[in-house]
Ligand binder design. Structure first.
Ligand SMILES: [Zn+2]
Length: 361
């Protein structure tokens, strides 16, 4: 009798424990589901015209996994989202477009004068450091001489190359020369052989292109940790560019673009501070899609970029000259020939160009 009572009691207790665990699981599933639904449908930046695209643990710019990232959602502009669709390939298009007549410009001798130490950047820019505190008082070399914003010619296109310099840069430079256009190189010297990086920075400068800052590292956790961390990284790249070529850079680009989720707590403060320092920032509105791990030919990469040209007066093309983008150099010819046929002229980005950003300011 006693035993039966006991077993009845323990069965009841077991049932209650089961019921408790089940309801906890049910509540947890509800909370997780609700959070998932909310994250999927709400833009934390509260912007219009920014369409969300879920790229879990991926870099929106290179579409490669972000190191040590937790699940995250990346927000992209509508135009960039459209650029992800596969291109319509014209099978009759020649693989190698015709090479146009190219005018050779006066050579500039590099390195330029580097006798003013890098740290005197603020003086060169005509800025006073009086009264500045915190990160604003740091990195005195990280300044660019402000320029008036000049409206570009009707229909201007800017070729930009991120993540170099690498051996691929050499081929990119030859192709650019062949088709007679200048470009902007957003350099990323981290984890590369520095002596090769310096040789190539000089070569980019010698061939008349502009050198801009990407970042020293693509570790988002590190660079977007704080405004100070971002500035420290920019300062390192700016110093390398100046001490190698004599160019004080005046343009930069956020790894992953300005609306990258990793940057969302600091992006506006970074833009304000870099603007105070004289720098212009650029995202892009056309992409070769050369860093998505797909094996596009040069012609296909060109088509990816070209399909975003229509209806635009100002096009900034995203391409990469990192070590992995072996086909990218061979997209240049078709991009140049097509853009010229469509009435575009080619420009180089500097801080006299108005910003083009995903983020609304
Ligand atoms: Zn990059």
């Amino acid at each position: 009798m006693e035993n039966r009572k006991k077993s009845y009691k323990s069965k009841k207790a077991l049932k209650m424990v089961c019921a408790g665990v089940c309801s906890l699981l049910f509540v947890a599933a509800g909370v997780w589901g609700g959070k998932y639904y909310y994250d999927k449908n709400h833009d934390p930046l509260g912007q219009e015209n920014i369409t969300m695209m879920a790229h879990f643990e991926k870099d929106v710019e290179t579409h490669t996994p972000v190191s040590s990232a937790k699940k995250q959602t990346v927000y992209m502009a509508n135009n960039e989202r459209e650029a992800i669709a596969l291109p319509a390939i014209d099978p009759t298009a020649p693989e190698v477009p015709e090479v146009p007549e190219v005018t050779v410009e006066e050579p500039v001798t590099y390195p330029l004068d580097r006798s003013v130490p890098y740290e005197k950047g603020y003086e060169v820019a005509g800025v006073s450091l009086d009264g500045l505190t915190g990160y604003q008082a740091k990195y005195p070399g990280l300044y660019a001489k402000k320029q008036e914003i000049v409206a570009p010619a009707e229909k201007t296109i800017y070729l930009t190359f991120d993540d170099g310099p690498s051996a691929n840069t050499d081929v990119v430079l030859d192709e650019l020369d062949k088709y007679g256009v200048k470009a902007t190189f957003f350099v990323y010297p981290g984890s590369k052989n520095l002596s090769s990086v310096k040789t190539r920075l000089l070569e980019i400068a010698k061939r008349g292109h502009n050198i801009a800052i990407h970042t020293w590292t693509h570790n988002y956790q590190q660079v977007y940790q704080s405004v100070d961390a971002f500035l420290a990284d920019m300062d390192k790249v700016a110093r390398l560019i100046y001490e190698t070529t004599g160019i004080r850079p005046c343009v930069y680009r956020f790894p992953g673009g300005t609306t990258n989720t990793r940057a969302k707590n600091v992006n506006r403060a970074i833009l304000d501070e870099m603007e105070r320092r004289g720098f212009a920032c650029f995202d892009w509105n056309s992409s070769t899609q050369d860093a998505e791990g797909k094996s596009f030919t040069g012609t296909q990469l060109a088509d990816n970029a070209i399909k975003s040209f229509s209806g635009k007066n100002r096009v900034i093309v995203l391409a990469h000259d990192g070590g992995g983008q072996k086909q990218t150099p061979y997209s240049i010819g078709k991009i140049v020939v097509t853009a010229k046929k469509q009435g575009f002229s080619f420009g180089v980005l500097d801080n006299s160009c108005a910003d083009m950003l995903f983020i609304k300011r």
